[in-house]
Design a protein around this ligand. Structure first.
Ligand code: PMP
Length: 294
């Protein structure tokens, strides 16, 4: 889906992805020392293209870079403008957008004087599909926040995501669920998690997870719909007693679960709070006028 004709934004210019080059001595390639974002754009109800929560994503990109001591001199508004140009040059409206901030050639662990940026975009379906998921508790835990900047969206963290996701798929499941270093539920390899019990939603607090922008949007929707949400730690045992559960993320949007470790969730997905939120999310991302809630 990212074919050779794609135009990417590369350090201030637009180039064909197939003709773009990078340095094989980049610290990013060798050590996973890079940060990135996953953003979506949508065709709104009036036909325009809208990047959903563009500012929130580029602000997080900057925070991620700063957390890793990477120089970051770009202006969010400039990057948003460049992103709209990438979409236009590739004739995209409904797209997945992938900015990456990466390091120059450097085989040491020393800091750099500059960083580079590239922004790619392509058409992509829902990351976890549209069917209810059979989820497996991973044998891999999320990185310990005492060893990583877990709040940063750092490329190196995704080795953990890949291991967990591959393990789950090899065992015939759709996706993994990872716990934190204390065996509390943390998140999926690329999505945050919520469960429903007795008319309330529960989600893990920030600290051991990526602070998801979709997670924040779900909580905004809940506030508007008067759905109570609790942020607290819980175990997979408690999660298996839930009425329903779902993952949420930019790439996955909102997607319900059928089961965790083969234990089925009793509530019909169409009757769950997650389903209500899934529909409200769809509406919000394609809304013609951006309602800035914060
Ligand atoms: N957790 C992880 C590990 C992720 O990779 C993602 C996707 N960026 C999320 C949660 C969801 O974050 P967001 O809603 O900002 O896409």
């Amino acid at each position: 889906y990212y074919h050779d004709n794609t135009i990417i934004y590369l350090n201030g210019t637009f180039v064909k992805a197939a003709e773009a080059t990078t340095d094989y001595y980049s610290q990013s390639l060798h050590y996973g020392y890079a940060v990135f974002e996953g953003i979506r754009s949508y065709k709104t109800t009036n036909g325009e293209t809208k990047i959903f929560k563009a500012k929130e994503h580029y602000d997080r990109l900057k925070n991620s870079a700063v957390a890793l001591n990477m120089p970051y001199s770009w202006d969010t508004d400039e990057l948003i403008e460049a992103t709209y140009e990438v979409l236009a040059k590739n004739n995209l409206q409904n797209a997945y957008i992938r900015p990456v901030v990466y390091a120059p050639a450097n085989m040491s662990f020393n800091p750099n004087n500059e960083s580079y940026i590239m922004i790619a975009a392509w058409e992509m379906g829902l990351f976890l599909g549209e069917k209810l998921l059979r989820v497996m508790t991973s044998s891999f835990q999320r990185p310990n926040p005492k060893g990583f900047r877990i709040e940063a969206k750092a490329s190196g963290h995704y080795v953990n995501s890949i291991l967990a996701s591959q393990e789950a798929k090899a065992k015939g499941f759709d996706e993994a669920l990872l716990t934190d270093m204390n065996d509390y539920v943390a998140e999926g390899p690329g999505a945050n998690v919520f469960f429903e019990k007795n008319g309330k939603l529960v989600t893990p607090p920030t600290g051991n997870i990526l602070p998801g922008i979709t997670r924040a949007t779900v909580m905004e929707i809940c506030a508007e719909m008067n759905i109570p949400v609790e942020e607290r730690l819980f175990t997979t045992d408690e999660l298996k007693q839930a009425d329903a559960a779902f993952f949420c993320g930019t790439a996955a949007e909102v997607i319900g679960w059928q089961s965790l470790d083969e234990a089925l969730f009793p509530k019909n997905w169409n009757d769950t709070l997650g389903r209500k939120i899934q529909l409200a999310y769809k509406e919000r991302v394609t809304e013609a006028t951006m309602i800035q809630t914060k």
